[in-house]
Write a protein that binds this ligand. Sequence first.
Ligand SMILES: *[C@@H]1O[C@H](CO)[C@@H](O)[C@H](O)[C@H]1NC(C)=O
Ligand SMILES: *[C@@H]1O[C@H](CO)[C@@H](O)[C@H](O)[C@H]1NC(C)=O
Ligand SMILES: *[C@@H]1O[C@H](CO)[C@@H](O)[C@H](O)[C@H]1NC(C)=O
Ligand SMILES: *[C@@H]1O[C@H](CO)[C@@H](O)[C@H](O)[C@H]1NC(C)=O
Ligand SMILES: *[C@@H]1O[C@H](CO)[C@@H](O)[C@H](O)[C@H]1NC(C)=O
Ligand SMILES: *[C@@H]1O[C@H](CO)[C@@H](O)[C@H](O)[C@H]1NC(C)=O
Ligand SMILES: *[C@@H]1O[C@H](CO)[C@@H](O)[C@H](O)[C@H]1NC(C)=O
Ligand SMILES: *[C@@H]1O[C@H](CO)[C@@H](O)[C@H](O)[C@H]1NC(C)=O
Ligand SMILES: *[C@@H]1O[C@H](CO)[C@@H](O)[C@H](O)[C@H]1NC(C)=O
Length: 835
Amino acid sequence: MDHLFLHHLLIASLLLSASSDFAPQYFLNCGGQSDITTDDSPSRVFVTDSEYLSSKADSLSLSNPSSSNLRPSIYSTARVFTGPVSYTFPLNSTGVHVIRLHFLPFSADARDLSAARFDVTVQLLHLLKNFSVASSATPVIKEYFLWVDSAASSALELNFLPVSPSFAFVNVVEVLTAPAYLFDSSTTSNLSNQTMETVYRINVGGTKVTPANDTMWRTWIPDDANISNSNTAFLNGTDISAIDYEKSDVTNVVAPKFVYSTARTMNIPDEMRTGNPDFNFNVTWKFRVETSYNYLVRAHFCDFISQSSITFVLYVADQSQEILSGDGTDHDFLVPFYKELTVEVRPPSVWINISIGRSLKTQPSDANAFLNGLEIFKFSNAIVNSGDTTNRRSTTVAAFASASAGGAVLLSLLVFGLILWARKRRHGSKSLSLLSNETSSPYRQGTARRGNFVDLSSNSTSAAPTASPRVNFDLSIPLLDIKAATNDFDESFVVGNGGFGKVYKGVLGDGTKVAVKRAMPGSNQGYPEFQAEILVLSKIRHRHLVSLIGYCEEQSERILVYEYMEKGPLRNYLYGGSDDKPSLSWKQRLEICIGAARGLHYLHTGYSDTIIHRDIKSTNILLDKINLAKVSDFGLSRLGPSMGETHVTTGVKGTFGYFDPEYFKTQQLTDKSDVYSFGVMLFEVLCARPVIDRSVSHEQINLAEWALDWQRRGQLEKIIDQRLVGKINRNSLRKFGETAERCLADYGVDRPPFADVLWNLEYALQLHVTELKREPHEDSGAVESRIDVPAMREVDAAGVVKETGEEENWSSRRMVTLDSSASAVFSQLVNSDGR
Ligand SMILES: *[C@@H]1O[C@H](CO)[C@@H](O)[C@H](O)[C@H]1NC(C)=O
Ligand SMILES: *[C@@H]1O[C@H](CO)[C@@H](O)[C@H](O)[C@H]1NC(C)=O
Ligand SMILES: *[C@@H]1O[C@H](CO)[C@@H](O)[C@H](O)[C@H]1NC(C)=O
Ligand SMILES: *[C@@H]1O[C@H](CO)[C@@H](O)[C@H](O)[C@H]1NC(C)=O
Ligand SMILES: *[C@@H]1O[C@H](CO)[C@@H](O)[C@H](O)[C@H]1NC(C)=O
Ligand SMILES: *[C@@H]1O[C@H](CO)[C@@H](O)[C@H](O)[C@H]1NC(C)=O
Ligand SMILES: *[C@@H]1O[C@H](CO)[C@@H](O)[C@H](O)[C@H]1NC(C)=O
Ligand SMILES: *[C@@H]1O[C@H](CO)[C@@H](O)[C@H](O)[C@H]1NC(C)=O
Ligand SMILES: *[C@@H]1O[C@H](CO)[C@@H](O)[C@H](O)[C@H]1NC(C)=O
């Protein structure tokens, strides 16, 4: 834990050298007629909100009649929503974002805003539920942190949903991008399917800090209301200019100097020090919270009180941590730092009590403790459920378009999709071609006849999934529809050709572009892969995993239908593809690796059992038309070891050059085998050469060995893709190289999980882009421009294996491509359902 903390501090400090900035994005003066600034922070312009509104029909602006017309304030107007309406904020950056909502009710036009009652949701997560604001002189400001994946959705949708028969309102909306170092990777990954709300932000021992004095425009309130026995503590302060961020991993974006320059310290009378050497007591703060939630507590410290060094104890709920400061190494004198603890508040408790006290390691004469600031954040994963969504269809359609990649979110999306799907089946609709009639479903007939199809999911070998919300898809598509989609398997529709059979592109009756993978009729080859693919893909969906749209098992045909991925395999953009394909910039390559890692992370952790892909390689990462990466080809996937087991013993399958050597030797498969293959692929992306190349000198044949060698010598830049030379930030490359190296550790236990890989790649991206912002002349065009490739007509599948001859595909199977994302599919369903 502590090691991890230091690691992240290190990362934070590295990042600081690149940039300490965060990005303010949007400040809305909701319902206002003009752009205004506030007295306290003239740099912030609150702009009128109408251009961000999804619909003007259900919204109106209201002005407080009792506020002065001469000096408009951001609180003198409000936007009122009489139906579901959203604000849409285009965003460019992936990462943690801050949303702040301000509410100050007033009465105007016979409408009393304190009577409003409403929900606020974002990315299918509730920020506020059945919310109302009592009349008051001071605004209620709600602040949330959430993860936004700009690669996955280009806009943030903030939805206001009145609780009928009431209405909703808001006075001010703020959206900011938090700097990557603000939270560590554990918090950041927890934000993938949850939001975090700021519930307390306290300037201990100090006065209120207003937005004007805080880089991120936060408000810090004094601790007087929350300290439980104030005579146990002194109020102390130091000259604000003495605070030294220079030597710190903390910046003023983490907390301003106003917070670090005041503190409470223990009030230890001299008689106590001399007369009672074992003295001990706590200074305690108590915070009322909602029970049954997880909280992140961040305690801020800056030692301006000790003479040499000081050790004391921080207690947060039932946890404690020793704090060491002023010793000249870890936490130097006057240098800000913070500690974090996660607290689960279980019923009946509604308190988080935080204390500081003496460490008995200290001499009575030196003993002391201090605290400068506190922040308490509440994690929430209140997912918009289908009940909400069906009642408020129009906004949920918008919400779908921006659904986050979080697992739970996607599950709910999936369930909702199914509900609509099922309803549609009952009512019949235009895209019925996608859905076969229940009684004549070949899937069902097949099941009854063979039985083994369903059994696969309940008791197949060691791969049996355990009880889990098994969504029972009936994805079968009638052969007739598939023939119609591919012009009766027209040869000119073929986009790929492999051991399994041919891949056709096609268009379903409802206009969905698909890739149709057809097993060679009559052959039994690949039947287990066929089953595995349906099994895996019908259970899980993720923005970075290729979606299975359906399958067909009829008249000895075995066909899989996927979303169509316009650009095809990643490898064709690295090397060996046709020359007209533009090269990918370093930023694009990182984003693709991040997308793939995200998909694989989900594959490993998002479902109740670990699913191991077993065949990760650049030909199995497909790109859609905007270069969004999706993992494909689950034919070799296996459910990982169940609880208590460390591995699955299985015959070795995969692709030469990407093999985990440990798996090869022991035949024991773990999720870390995928990490190894991914590491090989990272070098492939960097060096743009085949993983096995027999045309080069002996020591270069195997990319993994060769690149590792250069990485260990610290000279990785010597072997990178020529097209990237001079266009990669040095630190970004170093981080990337280290990440790949760790993935390629000899033993699985030494390899990082995908969550770490993801964090490191995101960090490498951050290093690259922040550096670029500072030096715009360097590689500016290449990074910002989006590659404009005409839709790929041909997924040069023959080139994938046979033509190059560098790679032996051990499973002699392959599949190609798809596009039209899951959310697009679902929103089509939603749309057609609404008619
Ligand atoms: C997004 O990027 C474009 C161009 O790089 C820029 O003009 C725009 O202001 C950016 N938007 C945000 C919200 O940062
Ligand atoms: C919303 O809150 C009000 C008042 O607290 C309550 O009467 C009502 O039942 C709540 N509605 C829902 C849907 O929870
Ligand atoms: C993230 O979530 C995990 C599991 O819920 C928890 O153990 C961990 O403490 C959380 N981390 C933070 C920083 O909240
Ligand atoms: C904020 O800054 C202003 C100007 O620097 C200063 O006068 C004021 O006292 C500061 N407020 C707080 C709470 O420290
Ligand atoms: C802590 O302070 C907040 C805000 O001043 C207040 O609402 C809350 O009741 C206080 N908690 C306690 C335990 O006094
Ligand atoms: C200080 O608080 C912690 C946590 O509540 C408690 O375990 C400890 O006994 C307290 N110490 C004293 C001296 O009261
Ligand atoms: C903190 O404040 C108290 C009371 O003003 C004072 O006696 C004490 O010396 C101060 N401590 C430090 C370390 O400055
Ligand atoms: C925290 O403080 C509250 C309020 O005084 C008290 O009821 C509760 O028992 C305290 N919790 C612990 C663990 O001391
Ligand atoms: C959120 O995702 C984490 C893994 O990323 C998982 O452990 C957790 O259970 C998820 N939470 C919910 C509510 O789905």
